[in-house]
Design a protein around this ligand. Structure first.
Ligand code: F6P
Length: 364
């Protein structure tokens, strides 16, 4: 008999509920008990936020978006923002309290579902506090090197592709350039996959700084070929050669810093295109639409497989590991290795080749 606790941390992603479902079902199948910690580690700090998860509680959650447990990207117990009596926010280390409660509640293992940030915290608990943890990789950005896929990515790409499909008709009707900013932080996977599938004329990704003149040349070339509209996909982390990286707030801007909000490059690109080509240009930010909604079949299946595989790792006590998709199998990868590097689009990617060969400008 084992007692396990599951938490979801960081930005949500479609498929989180499918992981919870699989963990609850696979653990119950073994006669174990499952609890869910609300909003990351909150349940470890406040028992009212720790909920018993039974098969009845999770019965129909697989196709739903978001997470029934809630999530936060400000919940690192090693550096938790806490309000003091004077109403000021102070950063405190509450990790020891988390660990004490983990032991007091009699848990054997914590299944932490999260992206690089949450998995790094889980690994710290394993190494510094001796917590038994298993990681499950989640992020729409698909930027974890150790797994071929993270769940949430396929849904985000589908949403972005559908948006591009819809923009074609309005762009064409008005002879306009439409610039679409998509998520992905410092990786261009969402932009590249949706841009190729959604018939973009230009795709700009963070891996390579782009030349705005090349982008405008492509738009002018469209005109010469009697195509009077264009679709430009820009990843939120992309930046132009010889220009500052754009993010919010601008003074904290530094590529790779997770706490910085990216965004704004789409508008910048649209302004430059308007100024340099005289084309009527509009920009839009797809934003959190990419994180919402029901997971695609691919993401559901992947999330369910991750959840079941995580429970198998609990059974074999393969702690301080993350489940990873290494086709066709689910493989345990040491967390230390899993969080070491980000997966970015390599220069020799077949997708880049494909994009170029079908006439898409990459701004280089
Ligand atoms: O990591 C997932 C992600 O959606 C990124 O693509 C994006 O930059 C960030 O989270 C947005 O975070 P928030 O939900 O805090 O706005």
């Amino acid at each position: 008999m084992k007692k396990i606790v599951i938490s979801t941390g960081g930005g949500d992603a479609p498929g989180l509920n499918a992981v919870i479902y699989a963990v609850v079902k696979a653990a119950t199948y073994r006669g174990w008990e499952v609890y869910g910690s609300r909003c990351g580690y909150l349940g470890f700090l406040d028992p009212d936020e720790m909920i018993r998860l039974t098969p009845e509680k999770v019965e129909d959650i697989t196709p739903t978006g978001g997470t029934i447990l809630g999530s936060t990207n400000k919940g690192n117990p090693f550096a938790m923002p806490v309000e003091n009596l004077a109403g000021e926010i102070q950063i405190r280390d509450v990790s020891e309290r988390v660990m004490k409660n983990f032991n007091r509640m009699g848990f054997d293992c914590h299944i932490a579902v999260g992206g690089d940030g949450s998995l790094e915290i889980a690994h710290r608990f394993a190494v510094e506090k001796g917590m038994h943890v298993i990681g499950v990789p989640k992020t729409i950005d698909n930027d974890l090197e150790a797994t071929q896929r993270t769940f949430g990515f396929d849904t985000a790409v589908s949403t972005a592709t559908e948006a591009l499909d819809k923009l074609h008709s309005t762009a064409k009707s008005h002879d306009r350039v439409m610039v679409v900013e998509v998520m992905g932080r410092d990786s261009g996977w969402i932009a590249l996959n949706s841009g190729i599938s959604g018939g973009a004329d230009v795709i700009l990704i963070p891996e390579f700084r782009f030349d705005i003149d090349k982008v405008c040349a492509k738009i002018n070339d469209n005109e010469l070929h009697d195509k009077h509209y264009a679709i430009v996909v820009v990843a939120e982390g992309a930046s132009a050669k010889d220009a500052d990286v754009i993010c919010k707030p601008q003074d904290k801007c530094e590529i790779g810093r997770q706490e910085v909000l990216l965004g704004g490059i789409g508008e910048w690109v649209a302004d430059e295109i308007r100024k340099r080509t005289d084309k009527d240009t509009r920009s839009l930010v797809l934003g959190h639409l990419q994180r919402g909604g029901s997971p695609t079949t691919f993401d559901r299946l992947l999330a369910l497989r991750f959840g079941a595989a995580a429970v198998r790792l609990v059974e074999t006590e393969t702690y301080d590991h993350m489940v990873a998709l290494v086709t066709p199998a689910m493989k345990p990868i040491p967390l230390e290795e899993a969080i070491k590097s980000r997966k970015r689009v390599p220069a020799d990617s077949d997708k880049l080749l494909t994009a170029r060969e079908i006439g898409i400008c990459l701004g280089d």
